[in-house]
Design a protein around this ligand. Structure first.
Ligand SMILES: [Zn+2]
Length: 81
């Protein structure tokens, strides 16, 4: 079956038990939003130091997400120059 992601409206495919769940991207974003602000600030500092390996490890520790999800999230956090 299919349903739209409640956060970004991207069409999702899956089993009925997962109906209404956000896509992996949005689920990671939600987990990240639930992390306390001071902890997020800490990760932002790690990102600013360009220590990608450390940043990915910390995000995974905080959100319990997969490596590729952590990388996507960090990509969005990274300041554009
Ligand atoms: Zn989504």
């Amino acid at each position: 079956m299919t349903w739209p992601c409640p956060d970004c409206a991207e069409v999702r495919h899956g089993v009925r038990a997962n109906e209404g769940r956000p896509c992996r991207n949005c689920a990671t974003a939600r987990a990240w939003a639930a992390v306390p602000q001071d902890t997020r600030d800490e990760v932002h500092r790690v990102v600013a130091e360009q220590n990608a390996v450390k940043a990915v490890a910390r995000v995974r520790e905080l959100t319990g997400c997969e490596m590729d999800e952590a990388m996507l999230l960090l990509d969005r956090l990274r300041p554009r120059s």
